[in-house]
Write a protein that binds this ligand. Structure first.
Ligand SMILES: [Zn+2]
Length: 734
């Protein structure tokens, strides 16, 4: 059943991670986000619309282009709604005939048949959700709103189909006698679990309750999101006097003035509040009182102070509903339910990983606090830093200590050289692959580039689309997604995309990148090869169809190659003089990038602990007071430092209340532990060699979900991961 048909909220690069398209995550994440999070109540599909379907619709048959690459030249917005309707109807028809099959269930007539179902839906969803992120418009956004509840109900229609589940369950019960390959066993297990986790085994009345809970959760999450949007606008800080903005650049001040005018406040300055607790503008604002106002506006968001907009009742009700649903499904709490099919397995394991890091992180924060206090003293301020002082003085310490000027580094990171002599070079050394640009395939925007990916033996591996430049029609952040998933069953080779938001250069100028963007480019192609090297039979297990706490492992693993001296020497050359990036400049940039990692890590850890804390409660344990619970929980873990607040507080923690990351915020760091451990191991074993690359490709990158992920890791590493390398990577230990 190759149908990852609904996408959760796409996250931008969240501090140190990017997001991956839910498209690329595969069906288990689909059903997870549909079921465990926010599934609207099922509705039956409206079959009448299918009669009007347009036979010329390019989604109705497989693309004739190489690798079945979507024909973007002939796809028009009006094809989408039509193809979604037809695609859902087609799949339901296929599912019905599988469920009503007269022969007893077999792996072939049930699971393989399900894997083959829904081809129209798979095709349209892949293209549609790619465009919704990378090149959207009003028409696409309208279809997005319209199609989301339909896809959710479509999923219900499959997973709550009783005769279908009866067949899957019978196979599951006979699994010992079926003589299945390892991959087939994985597919059976995953499919069976997807049904059970959706509520297939519940009684009629329990299913009614789960559906009602899902419906209520869906309403609440939308409400949370809308209220957060409204309050974030509402809480922007208005400044009367330009003198108060001292420290901000002319460009920033002009933007603030424009923002105020747009709100009918001519002559004033508006400082907008962005998503995290910390606010970018705090790094430059000299005026301490204004810093305090900005910080309070951010940290007290949606607590009922502005126009009565209060997310606290929503948080409490969501926590209770999720706990109740988990209880119905046989789990003690929502986190136990959610983590069951993740690499961590249990909330206890995830919690332990976070807690193990706390002492080292606190130690680092302590030394950072000392530097910041010292810098404050130079300004005549005594006493410990307040939360609104931290970033301003951290920036001062950084500038003084490292004297790094980003504009001095950028000329060494010219995009074409970074891509070819850096990224492609590294992937070639590790995996023997070549990237050959081709210009004959249609793309969704003229700046998108297409590459044939060719193996050492000269055989095609797949297609790689690179969409690197920022534009208005593109969502923020960076991500990878799949247009076609590798599958031997479906005779498909992979077609993957990488999307970034690198500012476009002026006409005729080269594109110069920041170190952060360079590492992101290495990172995203790490996801890319996870899709490209996939070597599995079944599409549901293809490439990046792995648990959320594992999926950022291959990508993060590839980031650190960007700063290896041998690799840098190959690509980091001044675009005018050809001079290699001077070592001291690079060392400073790297040291500066590790600065403030105590703060970064602690604000992340606190948020991740909050998330797990809220979702480890039984319905009866859900408290009546959001702020009190938060306070108590942070104190319990010893992370209640007033100067280092959580990256998100409960009332605006959109990832976990409305973004599909409930009990999952820890996953970013979990993946980073694996990445750091694996990278350190590879460095010990010779570094950038094809022997290392082959091993990683074979044991990890080619497996997709066809082998249990901890086993994949052990196959590669020879043991389970440890946190040591992560501490060093984050500068928390020497
Ligand atoms: Zn990523």
């Amino acid at each position: 059943m190759n149908r990852k048909v609904r996408r959760g909220t796409r996250l931008g690069r969240v501090g140190f991670v990017c997001a991956i398209g839910v498209q690329a995550l595969g069906v288990s994440q689909l059903s997870l986000s549909l079921r465990a999070q926010d599934a609207p109540l099922a509705r039956s599909t409206d079959n009448s619309r299918i009669k009007t379907m347009n036979q010329d619709n390019p989604f109705f048959s497989a693309s004739k282009l190489p690798f079945q690459a979507p024909d973007f030249a002939s796809i028009k917005p009006e094809h989408f709604a039509n193809a979604f309707d037809a695609g859902m109807a087609q799949q339901l028809e296929q599912i019905r005939s599988i469920a009503l099959e007269q022969d007893p269930p077999s792996f072939e007539n049930t699971l393989v048949a399900m894997e083959k179902s829904g081809e129209i839906l798979t095709r349209v969803a892949a293209v549609f959700f790619n465009l919704a992120g990378a090149h959207t418009n009003d028409a696409i956004q309208e279809i997005e709103r319209d199609v989301a509840p339909k896809l959710a109900s479509h999923s219900d229609d499959i997973y709550l189909n009783k005769p279908l589940f009866a067949r899957v369950e019978r196979l599951w019960n006979q699994r010992g006698e079926l003589k299945l390959s390892e991959e087939q066993q994985r597919l059976l297990k995953k499919t069976y679990e997807d049904f059970v986790r959706a509520g297939a085994k519940l009684s009629e009345s329990q299913q009614v309750e789960v559906r009602a809970i899902n419906e209520r959760i869906s309403t609440l999450t939308t409400q949370f999101q809308n209220q957060l949007l409204a309050v974030t606008k509402e809480r922007a800080v208005l400044v009367d006097d330009i003198a108060e903005l001292s420290g901000m650049s002319d460009g920033e001040i002009a933007a603030a003035k424009q923002a105020a005018s747009a709100r009918g406040q001519d002559g004033k300055y508006l400082l907008a509040i962005t998503n995290t607790t910390r606010q970018p503008v705090l790094t430059s604002l000299k005026n301490r009182e204004l810093r305090r106002r900005v910080w309070l506006a951010s940290a007290n968001r949606a607590l009922g102070e502005n126009a009565g907009i209060d997310n606290q009742p929503i948080v409490l009700e969501l926590a209770k509903l999720r706990a109740r649903r988990a209880q119905l499904l046989g789990y003690s709490d929502h986190a136990s339910f959610t983590l069951e099919n993740q690499m961590a397995g249990t909330p206890k394991a995830a919690m332990k990983m976070l807690q193990d890091l706390v002492p080292g992180v606190l130690e680092k924060v302590k030394s950072e606090t000392a530097s910041i206090t010292e810098a404050m003293q130079e300004d005549g301020l005594t006493g410990p830093p307040e939360a609104w002082d931290w970033e301003y003085y951290a920036e001062k310490v950084r500038a003084k200590k490292y004297q790094v000027d980003e504009s001095a580094i950028k000329p060494y990171f010219e995009l074409e050289s970074v891509l070819k002599n850096g990224v492609f070079y590294t992937y070639n050394k590790l995996y023997g692959i070549d990237f050959k640009e081709r210009t004959d395939l249609p793309v969704w925007h003229p700046t998108v580039r297409v590459f044939d990916v060719v193996g050492q033996d000269g055989k095609p591996i797949g297609l790689f689309y690179a969409d690197y430049f920022q534009r208005d029609s593109k969502r923020g952040g960076a991500w990878m997604d799949s247009l076609v998933s590798q599958s031997r069953l479906l005779h498909q080779l992979p077609v993957v995309i990488n999307v970034m938001n690198i500012p476009s250069p002026a006409q005729g100028e080269p594109a110069l990148m920041s170190l952060d963007h360079v590492q992101t480019m290495f990172h995203e192609l790490g996801h890319g090869v996870h899709g490209l090297f996939s070597s599995v039979e079944y599409p549901s297990l293809s490439g990046t169809s792995v648990p959320r706490d594992y999926v950022e492992f291959p990508s993060t693993f590839h980031e650190d190659w960007a700063i290896e001296p041998d690799i840098l020497a190959n690509y980091a050359r001044h675009y005018q003089t050809g001079e290699v990036l001077p070592k001291d400049l690079l060392d400073k940039a790297i040291a500066a990038s590790k600065f403030n990692k105590g703060f970064d890590s602690l604000e992340y850890l606190s948020a991740a602990l909050l998330d797990l804390g809220w979702h480890s409660l039984s319905p009866e344990q859900v408290p009546g007071d959001v702020v009190g619970f938060e306070k108590q929980l942070l104190a319990k873990f010893g992370v209640d430092l007033s100067a280092v607040p959580p990256r998100y507080r409960s009332s605006y923690f959109a990832h976990v209340w409305s973004g599909g990351y409930s009990a999952g915020y820890y996953a970013y760091l979990w993946s980073e532990v694996l990445a750091a451990d694996a990278y350190a191991y590879m460095k010990e074993s010779g570094g950038l060699t094809s022997a290392n690359g082959s091993k990683f490709r074979q044991q990890v990158l080619s497996r997709g979900g066809s082998r249990e992920v901890m086993q994949q890791y052990i196959d590669f590493r020879g043991r389970e991961p440890g946190v040591e390398a992560l501490l060093i990577r984050r500068g928390l230990k020497d």
